[in-house]
Write a protein that binds this ligand. Structure first.
Ligand SMILES: C[S@@+](CC[C@H](N)C(=O)[O-])C[C@H]1O[C@@H](n2cnc3c(N)ncnc32)[C@H](O)[C@@H]1O
Length: 227
């Protein structure tokens, strides 16, 4: 009995150790935008809430990505994998989804969900706040859903993400619409189209297209701008 308790304590200790600290002090300002606090893994259930499909039309969003079998894609700030698992089904066994998060516990929750769904092509990566640790020049599409506005060092992340993209690779931004007062999300967790464009152009990206039919979010596709 004592051995069991000791082993459980050791396991919890390992989990806490592996978890990087998330920002407790107010994050900085980037190009005039207040960066939001990082969402803690304690709130992971909110990401898989039953109303999410209705609120965000997530199936329509995934379809709009235009994923094909065999693609190499990444879900950065993947949380517990709400979108990663859907992407994994679409890219199929020959494709790969790199699932990146800075919170170890989020990745463990994702791995459990993938195991239960029989999904084998999700590869989890414990990222750093300045580096998603993706392979260079290999990723066809990076998805960022409700994550970029939390990046404490957006510029460092954009540099690394750009390096990881294949020649015609794209980054897809999903952010709650700041212009729309009816979207019931805290102000720091929303972004305007103008602000997203400003930050991406500043970092050497060009807007390829926008999908404007989602109920609450902007969906913007960016590619590398020519030097
Ligand atoms: C609001 S959650 C969104 C999760 C998921 N994209 C979804 O839509 O279900 C934001 C996630 O971004 C992660 N995150 C924040 N900064 C990050 C960074 N620099 N690199 C990777 N993940 C980050 C957080 O740990 C959190 O799990």
């Amino acid at each position: 009995m004592h051995v069991k308790i000791l082993l459980s304590l050791l396991f919890v200790g390992l989990l806490l150790n592996a978890e990087q600290p998330i920002n407790t002090e107010k994050p900085g300002i980037y190009l005039g935008r207040q960066i939001a606090y990082t969402m803690h893994s304690d709130g992971a259930n909110w990401l898989t809430r039953s109303e999410r499909e209705k609120e965000e039309s997530t199936q329509e969003m995934i379809k709009a990505l235009g994923l094909k079998k065999g693609m190499t894609v990444a879900d950065i700030g993947c949380g517990n994998g709400y979108h990663s698992l859907e992407m994994a089904k679409l890219v199929g066994e020959k494709g790969t989804v790199f699932c990146v998060d800075v919170q170890f516990i989020m990745l463990k929750l994702l791995e459990k969900r993938a195991r239960e769904a029989g999904i084998k092509n999700c590869k989890t990566i414990l990222g750093e706040f300045t580096d998603p640790k993706l392979p260079k020049g290999k990723v066809d599409l990076i998805l960022l859903v409700d994550a970029y506005h939390e990046f404490t060092d957006p510029e460092a992340m954009l540099i690394k993400m750009k390096e990881s993209l294949s020649e015609n690779g794209q980054i897809v931004f999903l952010e709650f619409r700041k212009e729309d007062k009816k979207v019931p999300i805290k102000e720091d967790h929303k972004m305007s189209k103008k602000q997203i464009l400003k930050e991406l152009v500043h970092n050497g990206f060009k807007l390829v297209r926008s999908y404007d039919k989602l109920p609450w979010q902007h969906m913007m596709f960016f590619g590398k701008a020519k030097k």
